[in-house]
Design a protein around this ligand. Structure first.
Ligand code: CA
Length: 369
């Protein structure tokens, strides 16, 4: 099988979607007539990743065999490294890798998780990931959490999404919100707190102690993601599990976090080398006895790819992430990933198990320059 061409385009989920709300899709065509689908990190609509795919990656992979996906990935990351391995290039390579795994599954007639060595589980519980709580009042936070409990999540994460340039903006307010949510859901319900890089080292330790008292399950990205040593210091000083890694794009970067003392890492499949990249992360985590709990806030192709990897892991110590419970991004799929009674079911059909509806793609697709 040989690659004959690619299509890299944005998807407008609703008419007039702001550019940063669009999806970033990739299709890889082959001489076998099979088509693989992938997705780049849709940060700012994924435009920068799509441009790299269209202008630099697409022309370089014509005639190559999709089954050589790991060689293709490693050759491209070294060839294009000066575009910056962290960020847009990572998203582009992730989209490509996911599409090549989709092709591999379709060629061999197997779901991706089988090609990864088989599934330990094909029903995956999820946690409701709720953003924007820094700007809400305590009461508003409670109303949003209440609404999300209806989906039967296995856990809830409250994210604060504060201005990263103003550390420790309102630690007493953050603790008050955490305490109110704990009271709402009861003592036994699993909760997580995501500081979204909003604390100083000292502020994080103070906040983390309060979260320990409230029985929170994990404390995510307390300090700036680039302060790896300080992230590790917070993790070592607190008893609560401290997590980080959603803004890590390389295996070496992940190793640095683990060596600093972080015991739960959250690389994202649409940033970190796709399925090949996330499987490499899994090996690193297993060797170090570190929890792998992938970040995943895009409930489309990337989400499905992530589920195949999680299904194939020896341990899945935490539920998978679900950010947007709406069907806003479902229209282009015949069977979009959505939970039933609190569980996602990993498809058993070949490849990722996602089929696109061509008329919906045509209606929503936006070409890039
Ligand atoms: Ca996060």
């Amino acid at each position: 099988m040989k690659i004959t061409g690619i299509e890299a385009f944005q998807i407008e989920w609703a008419k007039g979607d702001a550019p940063e709300k669009r999806g970033a899709f990739l299709r890889v065509h082959t001489d076998a007539g099979l088509v693989g689908i992938g997705e780049a990190s849709p940060m700012q609509g994924g435009l920068a990743s799509l441009m790299i795919l269209k202008h630099h990656i697409g022309p370089a992979i014509i005639g190559q065999d999709p089954l050589d996906h790991a060689v293709i990935h490693d050759r491209l990351i070294h060839r294009l490294v000066k575009l910056g391995p962290e960020g847009a290039l990572g998203g582009a390579l992730a989209a490509l890798d996911i599409a090549l795994w989709d092709l591999k599954g379709k060629l061999l007639g197997q779901p991706v998780y089988k090609l990864l060595g088989g599934a330990w589980r094909t029903e995956l519980p999820f946690y409701a990931s709720i953003g924007g709580n820094g700007a809400r009042t305590v009461d508003e936070v409670l109303r949003v959490v209440e609404a999300r409990l209806k989906d039967k999540p296995a856990a809830i994460k409250i994210r604060f999404d504060n201005d990263r340039t103003v550390p420790d903006a309102d630690i007493p307010g953050d603790i008050a919100k955490a305490r109110a949510v704990r009271k709402l859901v009861g003592d036994g319900f699993p909760l997580a707190f995501d500081a979204n890089n909003g604390c100083s080292t000292g502020g994080a330790i103070r906040l983390g102690r309060a979260l320990e008292d409230l029985g929170f399950w994990w404390f995510e990205e307390p300090v700036q993601h680039y302060h790896i040593r300080e992230m590790g210091e917070v993790a070592r000083k607190l008893d609560i599990t401290v997590s980080a890694g959603e803004q890590t794009y390389t295996l070496a970067g992940l190793r640095d976090l683990i060596e600093a003392g972080v015991t739960m890492v959250q690389p994202d499949i649409v940033k970190m080398g796709g399925i090949t990249g996330l499987m490499r992360c899994a090996v690193l985590c297993q060797a170090h006895g570190v929890e792998l709990v992938p970040h995943q806030t895009q409930p489309t192709i990337g989400h499905m790819a992530n589920m195949h990897v999680v299904a194939a892991q020896l341990q899945a110590t935490k539920p998978i992430e679900l950010d947007d419970p709406s069907n806003r991004r479902h229209a282009v799929f015949t069977a979009p990933p959505r939970p039933v009674d609190g569980l996602f079911h990993v498809p058993t059909t070949p490849g990722l198990g996602l089929e696109l509806i061509e008329a919906e793609i045509a209606a929503r697709r936006l070409e890039i320059g």
